[in-house]
Write a protein that binds this ligand. Structure first.
Ligand code: PMP
Length: 441
């Protein structure tokens, strides 16, 4: 598969072989193995600004940004200085620090729905803890999630819908006991009627609904306002906790995140990625009354040896310094608009069915030949009807030309403040060449 791509350099092939000797599949997180697009992963040795460099020094304009956190580009001097200073003062204390207070204050100030917030070490811990909290608060077991949304890898959340709406979940990962999965109801994303039907059937047994307010783990879908209004209304009517999983969208689609984009006040919100600037971090927060159920105030237990780690907190504080600068997000979305508009035009010129979607500093790309010509997929089923093989060809063509996209047709793309006009134009030039090759094939 894609044997003509130069990233299949002997160096990367050798490094991958060595990695596989003692690391399952050679990677510490599955998507890194290029399973969805074929070929050999690129081993990165360093990164700066908009670019990553492989072990042979080849540069790549990066649209993955470590899967979201690097909104300031890689190795931003302000962040690196904060982390160096923090390291000089000691790596972890397991005791309160003022840095944790500062980050909590900052997030509560920017996100009005968050009155109390607790730090974790990953997004997975944040969503897992938010679910436990919602169950503890409501005394109910059932949780609702949406097909195609990803909320980390805790047991209850690794459940995907069966084919029908309102199917009681089956484990989509092996190792998740059916007894856990049976409490997870999975319904269709972006479908207000599915929400109504779900609450009509299970109403008062539902502890919470967890949702990616803009989906970024099935490529990217910006759902309708009606979807969000219905979700909020049904949760309120039935006393279910509405959890916005903003691990990806938080401070990515705008300074006040996806909840401000839709004008929705969730009961709980989870964060990760950007708030740690690239260090391991997550957080969950929300309504005081609910958050007060967490230990030591309440009976829902949640803890972490490295939670609120001083390096992560000081990196986060430095991050917020720059995110709150006037016009930061406007500049970011202008770049995304320029890039996606021109990508669509180039594809159109080449006669290739291709659409993009975007919000703030994130965007999605779809090869829509056939059923989806000229419209955007609205849910997981429709995303699956896009041409993943065409994406793989596009991906490798771009990689060969020094543009690093997510190695999967089911991931969103991210831009940083460090992407220059030159980077964007180089990306478009590469895309032009790849589209034209694809059109000839
Ligand atoms: N929720 C969402 C929306 C995510 O995108 C992710 C990670 N991509 C997670 C949760 C899990 O976060 P982590 O990988 O830090 O555990």
């Amino acid at each position: 598969n894609n044997s003509n791509n130069s990233n299949n350099s002997t160096t990367n092939q050798l490094l991958f072989k060595q990695a596989k000797a003692h690391i399952p599949g050679g990677v510490n997180s599955p998507v890194r193995a290029f399973a969805g697009v074929g070929g050999t992963p690129v081993f990165i040795s360093r990164a700066r600004g908009s670019k990553m460099y492989d072990t042979e020094g080849k540069p790549y304009i990066d649209y993955v940004g470590s899967w979201g956190p690097m909104i300031l580009g890689h190795a931003h001097p302000h962040i690196i200085e904060a982390v160096k200073n923090a390291a000089d003062d000691g790596l972890s204390f397991g005791a309160p620090t003022t840095f944790e207070t500062t980050v909590a204050d900052k997030i509560c100030e920017l996100i009005p729905s968050v009155e109390l917030i607790r730090m974790t070490s990953s997004g997975t811990e944040a969503t897992m803890s938010a679910i436990r909290l919602a169950r503890g608060y409501t005394g109910r077991d059932k949780i609702v999630k949406f097909e195609g949304c990803y909320h980390g890898h805790s047991d209850s959340l690794l459940v995907k819908a069966g084919s029908g709406m309102l199917d009681i979940g089956e484990p989509s990962s092996k190792g998740v006991p059916a007894d856990f999965a049976k409490h997870t109801i999975t319904i269709r994303y972006n479908d207000p009627q599915a929400i109504k039907d779900c609450f009509a059937q299970f109403g008062n047994d539902i502890a919470c609904v967890i949702v990616e307010p803009i989906a970024g783990n099935m490529n990217m879908i910006v759902p309708t306002q009606e979807f969000h209004d219905t979700l909020r209304a049904e949760c309120t009517a039935h006393g279910a906790v509405l959890i916005f999983d903003e691990v990806m969208t938080g401070f990515r689609v705008g300074l006040q995140s996806a909840q401000a984009h839709f004008g929705i006040t969730p009961d709980l919100t989870t964060f990760g990625k950007i708030i740690g600037a690239g260090l391991p971090v997550g957080a969950f927060g929300g309504k005081r009354e609910i958050m007060e159920c967490i230990a030591p105030l309440g009976g829902v237990y949640q803890a972490g040896t490295l939670s609120g780690n001083p390096l992560a907190m000081r990196a986060g504080i430095a991050m917020f310094d720059l995110l709150t600068a006037e016009g930061f997000y406007d500049a970011l979305s202008e770049k995304v608009v320029y890039l996606t508009d021109n990508l669509e035009q180039l594809a159109k010129d080449a006669g290739i069915g291709f659409k993009t979607t975007r919000c703030g500093g994130m965007f999605g790309m779809f090869f829509t030949d056939g059923a989806f010509d000229n419209q955007l997929p609205q849910n997981f089923e429709e995303v699956c009807q896009c041409d993943a093989q065409k994406f793989a060809i596009f991906f490798h063509g771009m990689l060969d030309r020094g543009v690093y996209l997510a190695p999967s047709a089911f991931e969103a793309a991210f831009i940083s403040s460090e992407h220059s006009q030159e980077d964007l134009d180089a990306t478009l030039q590469a895309a032009k060449e790849v589209f034209s090759e694809m059109a000839k094939a």
